[in-house]
Design a protein around this ligand. Structure first.
Ligand SMILES: Cc1cc2nc3c(=O)[nH]c(=O)nc-3n(C[C@H](O)[C@H](O)[C@H](O)COP(=O)(O)OP(=O)(O)OC[C@H]3O[C@@H](n4cnc5c(N)ncnc54)[C@H](O)[C@@H]3O)c2cc1C
Length: 266
C-alpha cells in the first residue's frame, strides 16, 4: 500500500549562519557544514526538504541580510541577490548544524563560492517553507544527477529496513560515486558521462530498473530536460498512478537561478 503523507508547512525563518567546515566528498561534490543562528528551531522532516542559500556577492564579506515582511523575504536595497535551493543533507540537532552538499560545476554563483568558502564565512538561509514527509511504500525507485544526490542519499538513510530501493544516479565519472548508506535492501546503479550533461544518461538507463513491482514509489530530480525524458519514459512505458511518480526539475542547462516551481514543460 502506498500512502502519501500531507505536506507540513513551517513558518518562514531567515537565519544568519557561519561555515563550520568544508570538505570534498567526491570529484564534484563539496560538503559545507553551517552552524549558528537559531538552527534549534529548524524542522526538517523529509528527504527532499531544502533551504534557500544566500551567499555573499563577489568581493563581499557577507550577504545583504533580508527581512521577512508579510510572510515574504525582502531585501532592503531592493536588489535580489542570488538565492539557490539546497537540500538539507543532514540536520545535526545536538550540535546545532546542517550539512549542505554542493555539486560543483563550471559557472554558478554558489558553485564558485563553495570552491573557495572558508571556515567562519557568513551565509544566510531561508526556510524550509515546508516538509514533504517520506511517502510510505515497500518499494522505492530513486533517480537523480549530482544536484539531487544529496536528497537521494537522505532518502536511502531514512528508509526503513523493510523497504527495497533501486537507485539510478548520473555523474561525470567514477570519481563522483560516493558511499550510500541504508537500512533498506538497495540496488545502486551509477551511470556516467564525462563530456555532456550526465543527467542525459538517465532516461536511456531506465531499463536497468525493475519497475514491475506493485506499489512502487518513483522519485526523480535533476536537470530539467533530462527529467522531461525520464517523466515521458515512465508514462509511456508504464501504467503508474499519478501519485506513484514525482519528477522535479532542480536546474536547467544554460539558465541561472532556475525556479523549480515552474512546470517541467515550461
Ligand atoms: C529543491 C531543490 C534542491 C536542490 N538541492 C541541491 C543540492 O543539495 N545540491 C546541489 O548541488 N544542487 C541542488 N539543487 C540544484 C541547485 O539549486 C542548482 O543547481 C543551482 O542552479 C545552483 O546554483 P549556482 O549558483 O551554482 O548556479 P546558477 O547561477 O543557478 O547557474 C549558472 C549556470 O550553471 C548551470 N548549472 C546550475 N546547476 C548546475 C549543476 N548542478 N550542474 C551543472 N550545471 C549547472 C546553469 O544551467 C547555468 O548555466 C537543488 C535544487 C532544488 C530545486
Amino acid at each position: 500500500m502506498l500512502t502519501i503523507p500531507k505536506v507540513v508547512l513551517h513558518e518562514l525563518a531567515v537565519r544568519q549562519l557561519q561555515v563550520i567546515t568544508v570538505e570534498d566528498l567526491s570529484a564534484h561534490m563539496v560538503r559545507v557544514r553551517l552552524g549558528g543562528g537559531d538552527l534549534e528551531t529548524l524542522a526538517s522532516l523529509g528527504p527532499t526538504d531544502h533551504i534557500k542559500l544566500l551567499v555573499p556577492g563577489e568581493g563581499e564579506d557577507e550577504p545583504e541580510w533580508p527581512v521577512i515582511e508579510n510572510g515574504r523575504i525582502r531585501f532592503p536595497s531592493g536588489r535580489r541577490p542570488p538565492l539557490r535551493d539546497y537540500t538539507i543533507r543532514r540536520h545535526h540537532v545536538q550540535s546545532n548544524a546542517i550539512d549542505i552538499d554542493v555539486a560543483v560545476h563550471e559557472a554558478g554563483h554558489v558553485s564558485t563560492w563553495s570552491r573557495t568558502a572558508s571556515v567562519g564565512a557568513l551565509v544566510g538561509t531561508g526556510g524550509p517553507r515546508g516538509s514533504h514527509p517520506m511517502p510510505i511504500s515497500d518499494h522505492y525507485v530513486l533517480i537523480g544527477d549530482l544536484s539531487s544526490l544529496p536528497a537521494v542519499a537522505r532518502w536511502l538513510e531514512e528508509l526503513p529496513a523493510s523497504a527495497t530501493a533501486q537507485t539510478l544516479v548520473a555523474g561525470a565519472g567514477p570519481g563522483d560515486e560516493i558511499e550510500l548508506q541504508s537500512r533498506a535492501s538497495t540496488t545502486i546503479h551509477w551511470v556516467h558521462d564525462e563530456s555532456g550533461v550526465p543527467a542525459d544518461r538517465l532516461a536511456s538507463s531506465l531499463d536497468l530498473l525493475d519497475l514491475t513491482r506493485p506499489d512502487l514509489y518513483v522519485w526523480a530530480a535533476g536537470e530539467v530536460l533530462a527529467m522531461r525524458s525520464v517523466r515521458d519514459w515512465l508514462s509511456d512505458e508504464h501504467d503508474f498512478e499519478q501519485e506513484q511518480v514525482s519528477v522535479d526539475g532542480y536546474w536547467r542547462r544554460g539558465e541561472a537561478d532556475y525556479d523549480h516551481h515552474r512546470p517541467l514543460d515550461d
